[in-house]
Design a protein around this ligand. Sequence first.
Ligand code: HEM
Length: 193
Amino acid sequence: MSLLKRIKKYVTGSSQTSEKKFAVIKSINKESSTTFDPKNPPPELSEREVQIIKDCWAIVQQSVAEVGIITFVGLFETHPEVHDAFMSFRAVNTSDLEYNAILRAHALRVMGTVDKCINRLDNNIKIRELMTNLGIRHINYSVKIEYMDLMGPQFISSIKLHLKTIWTEEHEKSWENLFRFMCYYIRKGMCSI
Ligand code: HEM
């Protein structure tokens, strides 16, 4: 079964998915960084942005598993090379059952990390430490540094589906900034060894 059919089957239970749902998650990602430049100052979040993020998260949190999976499906659809990297150290003949469990587990871990960051937005030192260590661990997972910047846009496309009625440009900017902040320190960790 093709990658696309496989992930669609996972999300919907059928490989014959309506194109509408998947059209929404396709987004053009901005250029991503292939390195960490310590001369670039770390992004900062304003109080207003922190409030917007917390308000959104209170709503989206109830659908965290779905948001996580849709984020990954979007990422793999728009960037199949990330999927290959993700599965590279696994058995070639991963069964659908194992595949689903792997996809779900990582999606939930990413969501758990976003949750941790949001709950610690008042304590930047802790987030910096968490994200830098996460970056260091991702070196062992053979993840390319430029893949990190691809996660934010897909995540944002995915939460937008749940926040359609309240979503504004300001929401978009706040979430972009959160991922910029997280990924700054993840990249720092990835380049620290
Ligand atoms: C914001 C971005 C990301 C976050 C927050 C994140 C978070 C995590 C977390 C929490 C783990 C569990 C293990 C640990 O704590 O070390 C993990 C593992 C892993 N991540 Fe990520 N990740 C991100 C992006 C990516 C990307 C883009 C890839 C692309 C290939 C990736 C590939 C992996 C792999 C291969 C593992 C190994 C274990 C597993 O399969 O679960 N991650 N990630």
